[in-house]
Design a protein around this ligand. Structure first.
Ligand SMILES: C[S@@+](CC[C@H](N)C(=O)[O-])C[C@H]1O[C@@H](n2cnc3c(N)ncnc32)[C@H](O)[C@@H]1O
Length: 255
């Protein structure tokens, strides 16, 4: 499966698996509220199965399983290191979920299999966001609900592409210290632009993510609504997150 993936796609999964989510400790905090609001409390209570696409540390899967123990949760990620991290985090949290290594652009599941699909902060880190979206809709059951946070094009993706040559060469050990001098400016901007962030630790993670992740395939906003229509999902816009409000939150209901 991984043989056909692009170099950039592999680098993206390696960045998150071997560096970004490694040793990430899951705490009960704003993440659970965020994901319950996104999917909808009632949808979570009435569902049996949930797929978490590009699950990273597994934080959303694990927090949801704790709050809604009846759910059967499958957590997919391309990085084998993330699968190990999710397995370890789930064991520590004493919850039973099913981590599985796969690409969201070619999911190893039957069509119409899941009541709920979670696809947050991840499609823009794949080399084929439209294909990942199509897969999310394919595996969702009729009348099922999907929740997305999708990075939208805000003009900065060209700067991101152009600067990879430089940032890809910075050794992993220097990444975190390199963002410290930028933190006061970033903190001030989050306040001026009213973007809620919990802590300095979260701010430094954001900056490390933006500066060093190898693949940022931001999607034009107009494409997102078209994708919903093409795949028979009713579109509900839930707002934006991120400093420049570039992450679109939206929910789909399959017809
Ligand atoms: C920014 S992280 C988001 C993780 C999680 N959804 C969250 O919000 O905490 C993006 C994740 O997508 C994963 N990923 C990137 N491309 C993927 C692909 N084609 N298939 C599956 N996972 C992928 C990365 O390994 C990484 O864990």
């Amino acid at each position: 499966m991984t043989d056909t993936l692009s170099k950039k796609q592999k680098a993206s999964a390696d960045f998150y698996g071997q560096y970004f989510w490694k040793d990430y400790e899951i705490e009960e905090n704003a993440h659970l509220d965020f994901v319950i609001r996104g999917i909808g409390q009632e949808n979570l209570e009435n569902a049996q199965t949930l797929l978490d696409m590009g699950a990273g540390s597994g934080k959303f899967s694990i927090l949801l399983k704790r709050r809604f123990p009846h759910l059967e949760i499958t957590s997919v990620d391309l990085s084998p290191d993330n699968i190990a991290t999710i397995t370890r985090n789930a064991q520590m949290a004493q919850v039973n979920i099913a981590p599985q290594q796969a690409s969201v652009t070619d999911l190893p599941f039957e069509s119409n299999q899941f009541d709920l699909v979670l696809c947050v902060y991840m499609l823009q880190h794949t080399d084929a966001p439209a294909q990942g979206f199509a897969e999310s809709a394919r595996v969702l059951k009729s009348k099922g609900t999907s929740f997305y946070a999708i990075g939208c094009d805000n003009g900065l993706s060209n700067i991101h592409h152009g600067s990879r040559f430089f940032f890809n060469r910075v050794p992993a050990a220097w990444r975190k210290p390199s963002v410290y001098p930028l933190l006061p400016v970033y903190w001030a901007l989050t306040h001026v632009l009213k973007s809620n962030k919990a802590s300095y630790e979260e701010l430094s993670k954001d900056l490390v993510d933006w500066l060093y992740n190898p693949l940022q395939n931001f999607v034009p906003k107009s494409d997102i609504q078209n994708w919903f229509a093409q795949h028979n999902l009713d579109f509900e816009h839930l707002g934006y997150t991120g400093l420049f409000k570039s992450m679109m939150l939206c929910r789909g209901k399959k017809q």
